[in-house]
Design a protein. Sequence first.
Length: 336
Amino acid sequence: MPATVALLVVASNEGAYLAEFLHHHLAMGFAPIVVVTNNCTDSTVAVTEAVMRADPRIRRYDGDWIWQQHPPKDFQMVAYRAALETIRAELGPGDYLALLDVDEFWAPLDGTETVQAHLAALDHPDVVVASWFVPDADQTLFAPPLKPTLSGRLMRQVKSIWRADLELDRFNPHFAWAKGESRTVFLAGVPLDPGTSRLADSPSAPGDAVIVHHMFRSRVEYLAFLRRGNPTEDGAFKTNRHGYDVLPRSLNRCEIDIAPGLVARQDGLAGFLTKTGSAEATRAGKRQTLARAVEGGKAYLALPRADREAFKAPFRNLPVRRTIWRAGKGLKTFRD
């Protein structure tokens, strides 16, 4: 019997993208998928609940209480542990667990088309580690996550899939450290930098699977993303980015080819939205994303110049006034 590969995802103001994420990963064989909604002011909860009603493999965990009882820096790990407890009884020997964000898409590059087939091809290791692959920025609003060929950069950051019955010393959103001996496969062939959850160096090749991490998307979507603030601290804008389409020059560039069958699956998204009744909530999420970009850009421009210095890095290479204009133009389209 194929292994169960459960997926935990934390989602705040992801109404524009959540259905697409769920559609992709359900098709890849991840289930159950537990969505921890938190601090949402858009249609994220509506999307989750619509898909839940149509597909019992999707679960929702309300994480708002965590914000009230824990400091922001602890939120993510508390949320993951709480979500894991809701499905722990469903996971048996030989089953696996993964943690992803909504802008991350697990993508095999070895010809397999499900996570179960990929794990079987690796002879079911204890831990599988895939590198982040950050595609080059794309100015198409709400572009599909996969294309036949993607150009981008290989990161030192990783995401892992590990056996649910593995005795762990600790885990974080990127890696799981086992107690004692374990068989860990680093798909890119680069081990961790000791004491961290990052690779020792930027990989020269992606290996048999990557995490396609849409760190930038279009400028409009990036501006909306910045306006969501940091998950680990209070602030008007996110500060954990170095600018639009800005990454260290030391990272290795490459192209990855996505199997035609995986790309073609994206054509089924419209049917998935209809079947699950999540189409209108997803469309509302896109409107709300565009409106957040407009509001966020205006808020940034209204700051005194001295106050903008705190956000100099994340706003690098982002023409704010033009991006506001483009967001407003897109908003009119989604209102028609």
